[in-house]
Design a protein around this ligand. Structure first.
Ligand SMILES: Nc1ncnc2c1ncn2[C@@H]1O[C@H](COP(=O)(O)OP(=O)(O)O)[C@@H](O)[C@H]1O
Ligand SMILES: [Mg+2]
Length: 263
């Protein structure tokens, strides 16, 4: 029996102001699996992922990662996971190498191991030549690749990636997809969120489609096509979500959304 490395039960998040971003989500991810959350903007994907690593405090529900309960063992979980989230706080006055070194020290890695990992990862994400430049000078693609290197520095067991190729050109996307496949083939469990059908199709063994704070369907792509009598993943998506939009700027019409000014 394959072992579950992530187990989530009845997870909810209500933000101050009353937005019910996540409304009772349960799922599990097997060790070594490439798992994805697909859903329109505002579905609650980022909120869910952020709760799993305690960047956002959950309202209720149970999260177990690598056998550790988030309520009791958040610090140990933090050491076992790597993440590259949608809103990264890149320090504008540090170079990539400096940020990687700092990250390594935060994870109590030895200097030798930090240097070894930095050399390996800069090569992997093809940023060797610009490693000593301020990250503020990086293009979108370079930043996403840097985020990936940062998330991998301490060799996590589970990698969480929130929209890893958002805003990237096709070449940069292919490059990141290649790295992710390789990491997964070498045994890393990867959980990503995306609103791109092709990304989910290209990478994920199993997908949960999320809409309005809930999982609306889950399975491998063949299972989803079969279950929803569809020919493409896009068709499944359109049948299971309310289709209010995949556009980057889609507006969430929740009346109590504190980010929407009432007029
Ligand atoms: N910090 C926050 N405070 C209040 N509401 C938030 C916050 N972050 C996200 N939301 C709201 O929660 C809902 C889900 O957002 P999010 O998890 O970012 O979805 P997704 O990642 O699927 O686009 C949206 O209605 C969003 O406006
Ligand atoms: Mg998001």
């Amino acid at each position: 029996m394959p072992e579950n490395i992530i187990e989530v039960t009845d997870l909810t998040k209500t933000y101050p102001g009353g937005v019910e971003a996540v409304r009772g989500v349960s799922f599990s991810v097997r060790k070594g699996e490439f798992f994805g959350f697909l859903g329109p903007n505002g579905a609650g994907k980022s909120t869910t992922m952020n709760m799993l690593v305690n960047l956002v405090k959950k309202t209720s529900g149970k999260v177990v990662i690598d056998g550790l309960d988030l309520d009791r063992s958040a610090a140990q979980i933090y050491e076992r996971v790597g993440f590259a989230m949608q809103e990264t706080g890149l320090d504008e006055t540090a170079t990539a190498r400096e940020m990687l070194q700092l990250h390594g020290r935060l994870y109590h890695m030895s200097k030798a191991r930090i240097d070894e990992q930095i050399a390996k990862l800069l090569k992997l994400v093809e940023l060797e030549k610009v490693a000593d430049r301020f990250t503020s000078t990086y293009s979108g693609g370079m930043r996403r690749r840097f985020d990936l290197a940062l998330s991998l520095l301490h060799e996590p067991k589970v990698l969480f990636l929130d929209e890893p190729t958002q805003g990237l050109d096709p070449h940069a996307r292919q490059l990141i997809w290649g790295h992710l496949r390789e990491l997964n083939q070498n045994g890393m469990t990867i959980f990503l969120t995306t609103h791109f059908m092709d990304e989910a199709e290209q990478l994920c063994e199993r997908i949960s489609i999320m809409d309005k704070g809930q999982i609306v369907t889950s399975g491998s792509i063949p299972e989803l096509l079969d279950k929803h009598e569809s020919k493409t993943l896009e068709e499944v998506f359109l049948k299971t979500t309310d289709g209010s939009g995949l556009a980057d700027e889609s507006v969430n019409e929740n009346a109590s959304d504190p980010y929407t000014r009432k007029r």
